[in-house]
Design a protein around this ligand. Sequence first.
Ligand SMILES: [Zn+2]
Length: 302
Amino acid sequence: MNDHSARHRSTEARPRRAAAASDPSGSHPAELERLAALFGAAPLAVLTGAGISTDSGIPDYRGAGTPPRTPMSIAQFMEDPAYRRRFWAGARVGALRAAGVAPNSGHLALARFEAAGLTNGVITQNVDNLHRRAGSRSVVELHGNGNVIRCTEHDHRFTRDQVLGWFDDLNPGFAARNAGAEIAPDGDALVSETAAVEAPSCPECGSILRPDVVYFGELVPRPVFEAAEALVASAGGLLLIGTSLAVNTGIRLVHRAQLRGIPIGVINRGPTAIDARESVTVRIDAGAAETLAALEHLLGSS
Ligand SMILES: [Zn+2]
């Protein structure tokens, strides 16, 4: 893009109140132009939420019209062997269903933006590993990575595939017998045969294994939040994608951006917690994948 004109448009767009656009590819080209203008201050920091992964078939529990989810209780997980058996049984069946999940065009576009220097990486609230799989290099996973399993005594780390392999060794035939198990609306497998299940434990020290995920009631590790802050601190703007900002950590990063006075853009289906703020200079009410594709096209053609 032409750097000079982009900066000019960015400055011009800054004081305006955000207005929602419903179709970035056609009926509201002005909104998309203003979104593209944010990149005049590149690199931007990017914060993504569940909305970017819905096009990969991963449900957004916080999106409009979805049932409230009972969050996994990590306290119960640690205390109750039966709870852990159900967890691993569900994880085993869920992995069979998730085999076809792949990064979508939105994840891929963000990886290309980073490679082109348009963004300085991606901060994500998702634990689905799809940004890394798409090729993003600078990834801050605020809530951890569900593909990483760690032991609770010594932080020995393994991949989910490794641990599920141990599950299969401990529970021969289980996966095949339960491959057709029903999946609940919240994504958990309804596996009835769990009383005899043996949960895998750490092969190094024997302690309980858990996903390296920040569960409800747990805190984002300080070094992780500091890495996210560093991306916002070195960015010329902040782009929020597929998040309603219901999570406190996301709001704190928005505050960092506001303190620096950098512009904020929002791509999200439905309302977000910061829609009324003056710092939100452009807001597009549409899907992440379609909007990022249109944005990439515009950035490439200007
Ligand atoms: Zn261990």
